[in-house]
Unconditional design. Sequence first.
Length: 154
Amino acid sequence: MLAFWALLLAIGYYDWQHRRISNHLCALLLLSIACNSLIVGQSIPISAVLVNLAIALLLTLPGYCKGVLGGGDVKLMIVLAPAWQPLFLLQAFTIGVLGLALFMTVKTYLGKAYVRTAPTFGVDSERGYSRGLPLGTAMAMGGLLGSALSLLQH
């Protein structure tokens, strides 16, 4: 499971920096999910995977068709389908997108107020969201925060 989180964080970081999601990292992430399922025996039912595939496509295809999301975002959501239960996938998506949108909005406004002193964190205060919302970063952040919250509840 450590390899899964390390790869998801790498995807999130790379997406934040370059707004691209690597095919190689997605393939490795899928391989880590398969290995975890085979070695540890942690797998989710095929019905849950199919529900997750439907959720992934319903959440990403409209944005892809409008040009708001890239193919890598769709690909990442499909790769994550066998990793989590449907409720957790929705939770990670919601937490990640809302948290990242809030962070980017605050950063954009701080960047305008303190142009020379505020750290950029990769967000151009003049362009704001013009590079889009990096869904890979959002899913990494949402997955980690969602996992932390579920650990705190138990």
